[in-house]
Design a protein around this ligand. Sequence first.
Ligand SMILES: *Cc1c(COP(=O)(O)O)cnc(C)c1O
Length: 389
Amino acid sequence: MNQRRNSGRHFLQIPGPTNVPDRVLNAIQQPTIDHRGPGFRDLTADVLNGLGQVFQTRSKVVVFPSSGTGAWEAALVNTLSAGDRVLMYETGHFARLWYGIAERLGLDAQLLPGDWRHPVDPVAIGEALAKDVDHRIKAVCVVHNETSTGAMSDVAAVRAVIDETRHPALFMVDTISSLASIDFRHDEWGVDVTVGGSQKGLMLPPGLGLNAVSDKALAASLDANLPRAYWNWQDMLDANNNGFFPYTPATNLLYGLREALSMLLDEGLENVFERHRRLAEATRRAVVAWQLELLCLDSAARSHSLTAVQFPEGVDADAFRATVLERFNMSLGNGLGGLSGRVFRIGHLGDFNDLMLIGTLGGVEMGLAASGIAHQRGGVTAAMDYLSG
Ligand SMILES: *Cc1c(COP(=O)(O)O)cnc(C)c1O
């Protein structure tokens, strides 16, 4: 056994799951209670209230014991009917996965093509909606923060083109890797269904899928005919109204969620967002100093929660990641889909601070040297200069 590998903490610098803070781990390890007993109501109320603040909504939030993928499915099956047209935008791997789910559910899903290096183009969405004069498109679905590429899209701008074309489609947004890291406003931006998950900015282990649901989406759910049982919002909302869940919730994850929400709200969402913005900027300065290539070409859209770096042709990103894991006990994100082997991703979201970032970037810089990958030294210094400035 390699001693170096087992001493100290593992650095989990993939863009989700993220490092779970001790306060949340401690909350999770409380004894499980009766989810139909009197003590449960307070827990339900606390988490639903806190989630509303984090989604920046007065609407209902639904919590499923599921991965984020389940929350994607729930958004679609509750609001749509077989054969409904859905307009999606290919920001990258996660947008494609959501599209794949829509197709498997029997929806007429249309994917506006993207090059995986840019955010959503609201103009392209506006054009597609303007052409749809008989309103066959029932929903517009976009990923706020594309975790495979590190591109953030302008959700308010997409809302604006939907309004400009006076199109009645529902607006659905995946915020799984942006919620509680990057400013997102469910109500103000007129989003009908927001999809979230526990294991990224919310600093929890995997296992909770979230939907924030507008009144318009709730109304649509009354007519929607896609089959739904486990994912049925109405069962959830009815039970939640009484302080309970329709089936056994992930009780201990809800303990963790209550703690994580209180940490986030104590810090203040504005401060949480600014912390992520600043750590992201420091990361990009390191990448530029290394003379490596940022995958996202739109400088204003580069993600605050992760940074994707593309190696030159012929340099194996997976071998580099394996070296970093073996030598420095740090996990970096891999290239997904067509980016496999070419890209690595640095997660800088969740329970994360300046020194954790410097450790992370130190691991990357040492990994580049240990792997013999051409780069300039000084990325960590560039990040420190920024953070200490
Ligand atoms: C992580 C992620 C998902 C998938 O969530 P799972 O919990 O793996 O199902 C979906 N969308 C985005 C943007 C993500 O970052």
